[in-house]
Design a protein around this ligand. Structure first.
Ligand code: ATP
Length: 316
């Protein structure tokens, strides 16, 4: 990867609030055009990382280059080239959507001659045109979120920081936002750094993810890569003759260290490490069980996340 393709690079980046280390010795790189996800529990340091990278908060130690700028020194110049969607976007409720965007265009130096057309495009894209002249205070949460996203894109930033971009959106609006993020990255070459609690969304959307805990980086890589490195839960789907399912269940129940569930004519074997698969299949074939298909299932990002945190699924 050429250094010009590195959009964000941090080295030992650290931020404290009193005794609390919110971002701890963070070293990572984000490349041009990728969708990079920051994952972590509440309070893991995701929002603080975005604020540091966008130069609205200063680090206590370490360094960072973002689009070639030092965010602690060149924050204003940097923010002209970045767009941000914060967790609770501050729109002016007394202004209409159009006025909110016009105001933001002004403070972001979007040329007056260009701004109305750009705003019109965004109002259309985000399906806000019909209600563009109503006060934003009367908008639903989803409409406010779409307006905040439109605002983040107004000045065509090359780097986007999106904090929980689909929170509060219904499934249709969430899908729209995911497609938009993918389009911006894959067709327009924009780089997107997003925080999310939604691991299924991260798996679908992100090229690479970083898992944070107490401000520290636990792991970074593509979802598939992390699955191979950290996914402890090995799953295997085995398709059988339907009437042989009870017999197969009986045989596998005798085996230690695995859990078996039947779903129609498919057995799901959970917890079998790769090396054990041939022996398990042989147990079935020795009993004359006819097997039509054996499919290992890759560990999901969710499996990885909980393996890294070493705890149960309900705690996120
Ligand atoms: P969430 O998923 O809940 O949004 P997060 O991963 O974004 O969490 P941060 O908001 O970055 O986490 O917070 C990391 C830690 O830093 C938390 O313990 C938080 O209370 C603390 N923190 C963040 N901002 C401040 C601040 N301005 N003053 C004091 N503590 C802060």
């Amino acid at each position: 990867m050429a250094t010009t393709d590195i959009v964000i690079a941090t080295r030992h980046f650290t931020r404290r609030f009193g005794d609390l280390v919110a971002v701890n010795n963070l070293t990572l790189e984000v490349f041009r055009g990728e969708i990079f996800g920051l994952l972590g529990h509440n309070g893991a340091g995701k929002t603080t990382t975005i604020r540091l990278l966008n130069g609205v908060l200063a680090a206590n130690s370490g360094s960072a280059r973002v689009l070639g700028f030092d965010p602690s020194k060149d924050g204003t110049a940097l923010r002209r080239r970045t767009g941000v969607l914060t967790e609770n976007p501050s729109l002016d409720d007394r202004l209409t959507a159009r006025e909110n965007l016009l105001f933001y265009a002004d403070i972001n130096n979007v040329p007056r001659g260009k701004a109305p057309r750009r705003i019109e495009e965004l109002l259309v894209d985000f399906e806000l045109l019909e209600r563009a002249d109503e006060q934003a205070g009367g908008y639903s949460k989803g409409m406010k979120q779409r307006l905040a996203l439109a605002r983040a894109l107004l000045h065509e930033p090359e780097l986007l920081f999106l904090d929980e971009p689909t929170t509060g959106l219904d499934p249709v609006a969430s899908l729209y936002v995911r497609q938009l993020i993918t389009h911006l990255s894959k067709h327009k070459g924009r780089t997107v750094l997003l925080c999310t609690h939604n691991l299924v969304e991260a798996q679908r959307l992100c090229d690479r993810v970083a898992v944070l805990e107490h401000g520290q980086l636990l792991a970074v890589g593509t979802p598939a890569d992390l699955g191979h490195r950290f996914g402890k839960v090995h799953k295997l789907a085995v398709e059988l003759e339907h009437e042989q399912v009870p017999q197969a269940l009986e045989i596998l129940k005798q085996e230690q260290g695995i859990t078996v569930e039947a779903e129609d004519k498919v057995l799901h074997i959970i917890g079998a490490v790769r090396e054990r698969i041939p022996a398990l299949i042989q147990l079935l074939t020795n009993a004359h069980i006819r097997i039509y298909r054996v499919t290992p299932q890759e560990p999901s990002l969710e499996d990885v996340y909980f393996a890294l945190h070493g705890e149960g699924e309900n705690s996120l």
